[in-house]
Design a binder for this molecule. Sequence first.
Ligand code: PLP
Length: 396
Amino acid sequence: MAATGRAAVLLSPPDVGADERASLLEAFDSGWVGPVGPDLAAFEAEAVEAVGGGHAVALSSGTAALHLALRIAGVEPGDRVLVPSFTFVASAAAVTYLGAEPVFVDSEPRTWGMDPALVARALEPGDGTPAPSAVVAVDVYGRCADYAALEPLCARAGVPLVEDAAESLGSSSGGRPAGSFGEAAVLSFNGNKIITTGGGGMLLARGAAAADRARYLATQARSPVPHYEHEEIGYNYRLSNLLAAVGRAQLRGLGARVARRRRTFERYAEAFAGTDAVSMMPRGTAGESNCWLSCVLLDAGAGLTPERLCAELAAAGIEARRTWKPLHTQPAFAGAEMIGGGVCEDLFARGVALPSGTTMSDEDQDRVIAEVLAVVDRARSGALTGGAGSTDGVAA
Ligand SMILES: *Cc1c(COP(=O)(O)O)cnc(C)c1O
């Protein structure tokens, strides 16, 4: 980030304070350092309450939770698993940990989540390819995928659905909270997420038996006998009791954090209402998305690429980031199957995530707004020439 003499405005920094500190030190002083302890069980119980049901297992990361969710869903080597292309790499990486193949699916413009019409097509028996053994749907930037369509599709096909709710804790869809869809849902408490433990995640299983199996696999698949006995291979994936204590304090502030992020989205929406150069990510019904990151799309006629906008903002001490580069275009997934593709490629070609953290002051957000509008004006008047990203935003 370029030096500007002013503090940088970051995309989504951790928001921790006295409550988290007190909770952490209390756990430390209690002697329950880890791995398991009373804060871990309490954090799980409180998370279940926050998402209105399920059986929680606190884990070392959202990625670990995805891995376990898919293993418990029965995904095996060689299986095909439907995953949206427009997501963070972890959604698909977990599929490969099991030796299975991600089959990427395009987004729909309404939610930016995986397109149910394309999922329906992929679940249809027929053409000789083996049926997918699981579907991972992702709540992109906080907005829930279209579960009203996806849940019945998966149920009819008998294919387990996993909700990647890493970005959507505090959101809802059709009156149901994020984290409550599918056979299992996954939360992340990474540093940039809506709440953080500094690093951590959670599996929310519908059934108690699935949660028990996840807990067992997350602690080296140790059989319940006095000596070390292992009938299968597990993982060391449990969250530590100390970090669970931080998570408990964060969770108490979830409502306020969601309200703050929604307000940030509203303020951007108001500020950009007067320009056709930028439009907000479709928000859907008010009060549903947690508005984790406020994203904008640049109009094709704005003469401005996302890469250039990010570079100009960085020069002003503002951290913005391009939206997900579709996974089917990532070298690591070269050769993977892709169903559709035009929508997510467009979201990448025109999308930028703007600073959305709960610690951002109104003054700092006003700075971001003024800078975006100034860059748009410079692009329009032809004053924006040369420099990084002045030509093609897609070829990075
Ligand atoms: C952050 C994130 C993950 C991974 O969570 P970690 O806790 O960082 O492992 C998975 N999926 C999505 C969509 C994410 O944004």
